[in-house]
Design a protein around this ligand. Sequence first.
Ligand code: GDP
Ligand code: GDP
Length: 452
Amino acid sequence: MPNLPVVAIIGRPNVGKSTLFNRLVGKKLALVDDRPGVTRDRREGDATLIGLDFRVIDTAGYEDQDAASLPGRMRQQTEAAVAQADVALFLIDARAGIVPLDEEIARWLRGSTTPIVLVANKAEGRAGEAGIIEALALGFGDPVQLSAEHGEGMGELFEALLPHLERDEEAPLEEPEDEEFYEQGPLKLAIIGRPNAGKSTLINKMLGEDRLITGPEAGITRDSIAIDWTWEGRPVRLIDTAGMRKKALVQDKLEKLSVADALHAIDFAEVVVLLLDATRGLEAQDLRIADVALQEGRALIVAINKWDVAENASSLFNGIRSALEEGLSQVKGLPVLTVSAATGKGIDTLIKVAFETREAWSRRVGTGELNRWFEKAVDANPPPAPGGKRIKLRYLTQAKTRPPGFVLFGTRVDQLPMSYQRYLINGIRRDLGFGAVPVRLTLRAPKNPFDR
Ligand code: GDP
Ligand code: GDP
């Protein structure tokens, strides 16, 4: 997996670093032994903790028989690992309590810019209680109480790691190299719809007169080109499909062609405008195309064209809007606009809404804000208890953007009814600024690494 966040496990010999490493990586990659100094090398592996994926480094390699030179080598190893990690787990042995070497490691770490999570391992039972209190003196706050050997405290470890492992995803979108830096990229816009809806007329009008065409870019696919232009100084890349230019085809072929065209355009677009014809209303094929765009995770806008010749405008508009709500149950409140490609009326609003929609589509909500919202949503409407057994919902995290995807952790989530999932999805859209953008929710049961 590319670009996994890195977690270093540090601490003096024999505190349980290799045991924890093995638990997280799930394979017996590192040796575990009672005698201090059994594991020889620094190990790395891909780890999973309750659905969080990261790379883990075990720094047990400095342990050998030469006690005199131990602190020096240990310091080097520890500092190197911490420097390359997004977060470091500083393990102590709760049963042994704090020993001078722990205090020395704490001193090395104090100047580090990498976040440190203090972990009191071997905390099962009561034998670790005194050590947990002593650990406060190290100056890294309350330790996470863990038993790497028995699998206790993995949920707390997850909670402690989560904010640090999301560092990349939460980073402000300021670095131009960053692929996530979408604001500077052109708005990738596709206009799709049935033949004669007015797509060519609309595109010509958009590109006409005071618009600056910065040049056609051929060859996005065999069948489509992109036209770069600017709208009020902001770059737009219009995906133009070959089908728009193949007007000579017979009518029954055109019906099929427009769906294939739509698929091509949807592939390359961020925002898809479904253009309807006010003189024809909403037809089944429109709903099919809209459905494809949403399934592909694109942000969708519906524009009713030829508004200049619309009859019974308000009942037409309301009829189309309620047919969309009914036909596309996966999104509520889709933007529905009216335009006239012939006169140009409504085009500026359409593009403005397209930019806004892309912003919602690209939006990321931090884990803190998200879970404050989530707690309230679950309080207001607790999940059902099928067969008398409670479904426990624990955390919600936003795993991706464009389109937004969320992961819900809990127990028995496989039994969470669709209606409850829709309740959460609609709430996320409504309360957290995603509007009518398609939002995905994945359910995950925390796997106890010790249960396997
Ligand atoms: P490292 O030197 O820090 O890598 O420590 P190891 O992982 O090799 O563990 C040292 C010893 O502590 C081994 O005997 C482990 O079985 C034991 N150990 C590790 N985790 C725990 C734990 O959670 N509880 C108890 N009681 N023993 C543990
Ligand atoms: P396409 O097949 O979707 O590219 O549709 P065209 O752009 O070729 O338009 C089909 C027909 O609708 C043409 O005769 C256009 O002149 C007409 N048309 C397109 N937009 C409008 C509009 O806003 N108002 C009116 N009255 N006619 C339009």
